[in-house]
Design a protein around this ligand. Sequence first.
Ligand code: INI
Length: 159
Amino acid sequence: MAEHIKTIEGGLNARGLRFGIVASRFNDFIVDRLLGAAVDTLLEHGADAADITVVRVPGAYETPLAIRKMAASGSYDALVAVGCVIRGATPHFDYVAGEATSGVASVSLEHGIAIGFGILTVNTIEQAIERAGSKAGNKGADAAIAAIRMASVLRELER
Ligand code: INI
């Protein structure tokens, strides 16, 4: 890119940043893998374990409320949401996945805080397994990376 163009793209240094992670218990055999990868990723990028708080909620539907409380506390530089919603035989999936997704997005906008979104919304268990540490990577790790990078972008924008 031309030299005179100012570009803000954030960095991946998590040193000194405070993170909150909300992880749902529903489908915990998947969510625990997302959570583990999110924590590992934050630590690998320099975060201190003492600066990471994990909150467990019953299901993805409850995630926005916990995320909102954490955002409002002012105690975190960035948040991460991990969970897993798997489509079933009824329209329930659409309501839970929709509320979780739009709820987390509105907290991010309302509070101006970076939130890495690692809630899987999938059609099958196989698709969830693929995204929780097998052939499609780990969306918990991806969400942690997004949280670090967006915290850094916001910090630069606020300067
Ligand atoms: N919660 C999930 O996190 N994933 C799901 O797949 C799911 N399904 O399929 O029902 C789910 N339901 C529970 C929901 O999130 C609430 O915890 C529950 O309705 C109580 O409020």
